[in-house]
Design a protein around this ligand. Structure first.
Ligand code: C2E
Ligand code: CA
Ligand code: CA
Length: 571
């Protein structure tokens, strides 16, 4: 019931009570004293008026303070806790007013307390929101803006460039060398310290208007604003390249981590920040390919290359399952009796849309993505099974061997040795007929001691060949350390041999040195009769090259085995 109705109801009940209290004695006096009806009417009217007046006076004494209490209670219920009841009495009504007022004071205190709590929580929430906003836009480790912050700032500046082309901007994509080596050899804490040190250099070297961002891993992207000309941006990139040539000191170690930088300058074709970053990334990839520690400016061909690479990367995962991989076999000819000693297995990919893809294009991708483990296992099994087929079908007098190229990703894989044993067992091929070709860069790895796994392979009876000798460090001490059985001299050496007397002399010494330590020497890439004659003169043990045969399909290799070419003319 509302406050108004409650007061009305009290007033009504009091009136009825008093009227009844006035009328009853009058009726009694009429009967007892036998008054006339007119007298009775006058008397009773006067009596009623006197009673009503009395009743009004007495009633006011109760319902006015009660009404105040009810009104106060109602206002408090409406939230007006500042409203004080103006009743100054000591009787029950006064006590009621005091109780209601005490309740009001208590409620006010609670509300004040709640207000303070809400204010405190709101401040905490605002702080948390601010932190969330900052974290969403910054890298947790280095404190630099992150990928998202970069994109949004670049998008804004790109829009400004479209409005006014004198507002030129440039994006530099950085990839740092040796970060993974530091991570693996000195631990993740040292890797993190290196990243922080790199970030600090950006902070010091860049202008306030430029934006350095950590893009992920050891990749950083810098947005250079207010560029005067493309040359200005290139100068900035060159300067940063020099800055990163200086060593970082991490845990007392001096670490040089040079940068590969891809650069792109805004042009009207760019409407999207993502496209500019993508192109700078493609240019960075070319800077890495070209030997690292350099700046490469993006051009359109790089984008096509990057797209092609991405397509290969995506499709490679299905290549085995779709039966798109092929093995080609290139004969290796023994110089002693001019007979074929075996084949090198060389992989090809028959891509349904792109045609035949060379291993130089997809093996590096397979190595980067780890798919080399699967691809390498496939070619090992396939080539040994082919050897079994030749054994059965051709009934050759001498045993053929098979050379299989093995990449770093395979060697360091924990199940590699198990796989090799299983393939040898299931095909029944004797281990000494298998030769594994390993390049120098695979053998030298600061993170893994390759000598352990190479020793295990040799313990199985498999022969190990050092591939592409002459393209890397050409370290003779490495040959000694790993006790290679075979040395394969790279085709660049063979093809340069005739042009330079020094090269020919070096080749002669290498062959002699390798043979003195018990190694057999294979020369690769012999294309002409004179090259073969020259290699024979240097007493090379085996030769592989287009002069004898290019890589063949298994079927053509079978024909080659049964109808051999007459090599004797080369001797
Ligand atoms: P590689 O191991 O040095 O193989 C020799 C390469 O030289 C082959 O190229 C071969 O076709 C080519 N070649 C042979 N004789 C001559 C010649 O007389 N003149 C010229 N100019 N070239 C000759 P291919 O088959 O394109 O293989 C390229 C590289 O791809 C190989 O170099 C090897 O590093 C890699 N590769 C091929 N197959 C595999 C594989 O199954 N696994 C791994 N990990 N790498 C492989
Ligand atoms: Ca090889
Ligand atoms: Ca080679």
């Amino acid at each position: 019931m509302s406050k108004g109705k409650a007061v009305q109801s009290i007033k009504f009940k009091l009136c009825v009570t008093f009227i009844c209290a006035g009328l009853i004695p009058m009726y009694v006096s009429t009967i007892v004293f036998n008054y006339r009806f007119q007298d009775y009417l006058i008397l009773s009217t006067v009596g009623v008026l006197v009673f009503v007046f009395g009743l009004f006076v007495v009633g006011r004494m109760f319902w006015t303070p009660l009404g105040k209490v009810v009104e106060a209670a109602d206002r408090i219920a409406d939230g007006d806790v500042w409203y004080e009841i103006g009743v100054d009495r000591t009787d029950e009504i006064g006590q009621l007013a005091c109780a209601v007022d005490a309740m009001r004071v208590s409620m006010k205190q609670q509300i004040d307390h709640l207000d303070a709590l809400v204010a405190e929580r709101t401040a905490e929430l605002e702080h948390a929101n601010e932190k969330l906003g900052h974290d969403a836009m910054h890298d947790g480790l280095t404190g630099l803006p992150n990928r998202q912050a970069l994109r949004s700032q670049l998008q804004t500046e790109l829009a400004m460039f479209h409005q006014d082309e004198s507002h030129l901007i440039s994006v530099l994509f950085f990839d740092f060398d040796r970060f993974k080596v530091v991570n693996d050899s000195l631990g993740h804490a040292a890797g993190d310290a290196l990243l922080c040190s790199i970030a600090d250099r950006f902070r010091v070297e860049l202008r306030r208007i430029d934006l350095p961002a950590r893009f992920g891993g050891d990749e950083f992207v810098v947005l250079i604003s207010e560029v005067e000309s493309p040359q200005h941006a290139l100068d900035a990139a060159d300067r940063l390249l020099k800055v990163f040539e200086e060593a970082h000191v991490i845990d007392g170690h001096r670490i040089v981590s040079t940068a590969s930088i891809g650069m792109v300058v805004a042009n009207p074709r760019y409407t999207n920040a993502v496209d500019m970053i993508r192109d700078a990334d493609a240019a960075m990839y070319q800077a890495k390919l070209a030997g690292k520690n350099q700046v490469v400016v993006f051009d359109e061909h790089m984008l096509a290359d990057a797209k092609y690479r991405l397509k290969l990367e995506e499709d490679l995962s299905k290549a085995i399952e779709n039966n798109e991989l092929r093995v080609m076999y290139q004969p290796v000819i023994g110089m002693e009796d001019m007979t074929i000693v075996g084949f090198e297995a060389l992989i090809r990919w028959e891509h349904p849309e792109l045609g035949l893809v060379s291993p130089d294009q997809f093996i590096p991708i397979a190595e980067d993505t780890g798919q080399i483990v699967e691809v390498g296992a496939w070619i090992l099994r396939e080539s040994l099974q082919q050897l079994v087929r030749w054994d059965k079908e051709l009934g050759l007098e001498h045993e053929l061997s098979i050379n299989v190229n093995v990449a770093k990703g395979q060697l360091i894989h924990p199940e590699f040795l198990g796989l090799v044993k299983e393939v040898l067992e299931s095909t029944g091929i004797s281990p000494h007929r298998l030769k594994m070709e390993i390049t120098e860069s695979t053998a030298i790895d600061p993170r893994h001691d390759m000598s352990v796994v190479i020793d295990r392979i040799r313990e199985l009876g498999i022969l190990i060949a050092m591939d592409d000798f002459g393209t890397g460090h050409s370290s003779l001490s490495l040959l000694h350390k790993f006790k290679f059985d075979i040395l394969k001299i790279d085709q660049s050496f063979v093809q340069g041999m005739e042009e330079s007397r020094e090269m020919s002399a070096v080749l002669h010494s290498i062959i002699a040195l390798a043979q003195n330590t018990g190694m057999k020497v294979v020369a690769e890439g012999a294309e002409t009769e004179s090259q073969v004659a020259c290699l024979i003169a240097h007493e090379c043990d085996m030769i592989q090259g287009y002069y004898f045969s290019c890589p063949l399909t298994a079927q053509d290799a079978s024909v080659y085995l049964t109808e051999p070419f007459d090599y004797s003319q080369a001797a």
